[in-house]
Design a protein around this ligand. Structure first.
Ligand SMILES: NC(=O)C1=CN([C@@H]2O[C@H](COP(=O)(O)OP(=O)(O)OC[C@H]3O[C@@H](n4cnc5c(N)ncnc54)[C@H](O)[C@@H]3O)[C@@H](O)[C@H]2O)C=CC1
Ligand SMILES: O=C(O)CCC(=O)C(=O)O
Length: 527
């Protein structure tokens, strides 16, 4: 049997190459190539091991004709086009915990450095100035730290900050009150955090929901004299607003490890007063790099040599016998979880997954994992089938799996109901012809639709002329409708329209659709 070939394309601890070789793979370490060079080379490889520098774009994936697995030695996978990789059948894995402590420590180090202006004091002292009277810092003790994102890293930062005698408030839609108490933080909304925090640190992935989470408007609402640290992802903060507010003195200091554009070689923030930065060093310790290198190589080699799946972000982990039967159910389950996750407002406290008819006889665990992965994937880069149930439990989400032997209108049915602060929301789906997932009910309204690609969800009053109006709007906006699905509660009552469209829907189109007569809700959905 020919050995699988792996390319390590970012600087990685040498333990990774050693493990690949020991586990039966051929490995090349070629770092620092241009995208074109990578595209020219990637066709030879079965596995690609990366950190954050390599961008795995559609073009790279198109050229990667033999690629079976991408392994991220780290957490954030925003440098990988996961939907496209999934479409190409390429498994994407990460190492969700290997660098968390290291990154949390970097955030704490940045807080101290900002509080005491250590970098500038160092530079001027070494220049022979002895500028003792130029620097007056602040203590961390007794100050309030506002955490945006209380997952693995945020939780470690919280524990260290509590040890430093700070008070910690946290904003995270997935943090339950119980979990907040357990980790010793006050769960607050974002507005409250902005008003109360003396220091703010960010620990969320970069997603459509978190992009620009510290916008100009929100930065202006922060407490005067606030100090802000970002060791998560560039793009979470409006960098131009940050510069203006540092210059005006409203923000007393900022420490960035990450930039909207990396490598950041000419950032306008450079040279701004009270601004410090590091070149994406959050994960750069010997310990973390050994951890993630060993882990990524072990996971990838196991997959390439034995077919074992660990920490995959786009593939369920299943036994060989169950896999074919469960596969369409997993797809249905993930889509239903994703649908309720995208549509439900408010804090999620409870989820129930009901299996009815033929589905009642199946192994419920992978189905539960797929629903939870679908539900949570919009909140976390690291969620997958394997860790979704664990993460849900850790965050105090009450998960119930219910089997009904009864058979209703469908011979097999999955129903997902989430309990939110605004009440229960339920969606249901079935399989057509035993293998084609279909949505059949949304919030109590019967509808039949495939959940795939870009979709538009509209709730409106059932009245003549509406379909024409929405069709015209989409047509004028250059959006081609693929499929069209309608359902209504009763004649003249609440109606649901679910469209699949060929391109992503812009905020402008959503705003225009929201203003159409009779429209109650408009939401762009992605599957
Ligand atoms: N600077 C560096 O070198 C490193 C940066 N990172 C970044 O740190 C991020 C966080 O890592 P982990 O804590 O391990 O991930 P995690 O998945 O454990 O936690 C992320 C948290 O963000 C929360 N979240 C999601 N959307 C949110 C929103 N709209 N508002 C507030 N909170 C939201 C989630 O509920 C979750 O609790 C990674 O996604 C990665 O981008 C990670 C490692 C190293
Ligand atoms: O690999 C690195 O140096 C960056 C780590 C990182 O950003 C991550 O793990 O998300």
């Amino acid at each position: 049997m020919t050995k699988p070939k792996v390319l390590i394309s970012d600087k990685m601890d040498p333990n990774a190459a050693r493990i690949f070789e020991e586990r039966g793979c051929d490995v090349d370490v070629i770092t620092g190539e241009t995208p074109e060079e990578l595209i020219a080379r990637i066709g030879e490889y079965d596995g690609l091991a990366i950190r954050s520098s390599t961008k795995v774009t559609k073009a790279v994936l198109d050229a990667a004709t033999n690629l079976k697995v991408i392994g991220r030695a780290g957490i954030g996978v925003d440098n990988v086009d996961i939907p496209y990789a999934s479409g190409k059948g390429v498994v994407v894995m990460n190492t969700p915990f290997g660098n968390s402590i290291t990154t949390a420590e970097h955030a704490i180090a940045m807080m101290f450095a900002v509080a005491r202006q250590i970098p500038e004091a160092n530079t001027r002292t070494q220049a022979g100035e002895w500028p003792k009277s130029a620097f007056m810092g602040v203590e961390l003790t007794g100050k309030t730290l506002g955490l945006i994102g209380a997952g693995n890293i945020g939780t470690i930062v919280a524990s260290r900050a509590l040890g430093l005698k700070m008070k910690v408030v946290a904003y995270d839609p997935f943090l339950t009150e119980e979990r907040a108490v357990e980790i010793g933080v006050d769960k607050v909304d974002l507005e409250t955090l902005l008003q109360r925090a003396d220091f703010i640190t960010l620990h969320t992935p970069l997603t459509d929901q978190t992009r620009n989470i510290l916008s100009r408007e929100r930065l202006e609402k922060t407490k005067p004299g606030v100090r802000i640290v970002n060791c998560a992802r560039g793009g979470l903060i409006d960098e131009s607003a940050l510069k203006d507010l540092l210059e005006s003195g409203h923000i007393a200091g900022a420490g960035l490890d990450v930039f909207a554009e990396e490598p950041a070689k000419n950032s306008p923030l450079f040279g701004t007063k009270n601004f410090i930065c590091t070149p994406h060093l959050g994960a750069s310790t010997t310990e973390a790099q050994v951890n993630v290198a060993l882990q990524v190589a072990e996971q990838m080699a196991d997959f390439l040599v034995n077919g074992g799946v660990t920490n995959a972000l786009n593939m369920p982990s299943l036994s060989a016998e169950e896999a074919p039967k469960l596969k369409p159910y997993m797809k249905l389950a993930e889509s239903l979880g994703s649908l309720v996750g995208q549509l439900a407002h408010g804090n999620l406290t409870q989820i129930s997954i009901e299996r009815e008819g033929a589905a009642a006889d199946l192994n419920g665990k992978p189905i539960e994992g797929a629903v939870l992965a679908g539900l949570m994937k919009q909140y976390s880069d690291t969620v997958n089938m394997v860790n979704a149930p664990y993460l849900a439990k850790e965050r105090g989400l009450d998960v119930r799996s219910i089997r009904h032997q009864r058979e209703g209108a469908f011979n097999t049915l999955l129903r997902v109901t989430v309990g939110t602060s605004q009440g229960d929301r339920s969606v249901a789906g079935t399989l057509f012809g035993n293998d084609t997932p279909r949505l059949v009910e949304i919030f109590g309204i019967g509808i039949e639709a495939e959940l795939a690609g870009h979709m538009l969800y509209i709730v409106n009053e059932d009245a003549p002329g509406f379909i024409g109006r929405i069709g015209t709007l989409l047509g004028e906006s250059g959006i081609n409708i693929g499929t069209f699905h309608l359902g209504r509660r009763d004649t003249g009552g609440e109606a649901v329209l679910l469209l699949s469209v060929d391109t992503a829907i812009s905020q402008d189109v959503i705003d225009k659709a929201s203003k159409l007569e009779g429209v109650k809700t408009v939401k762009a959905l992605e599957f």
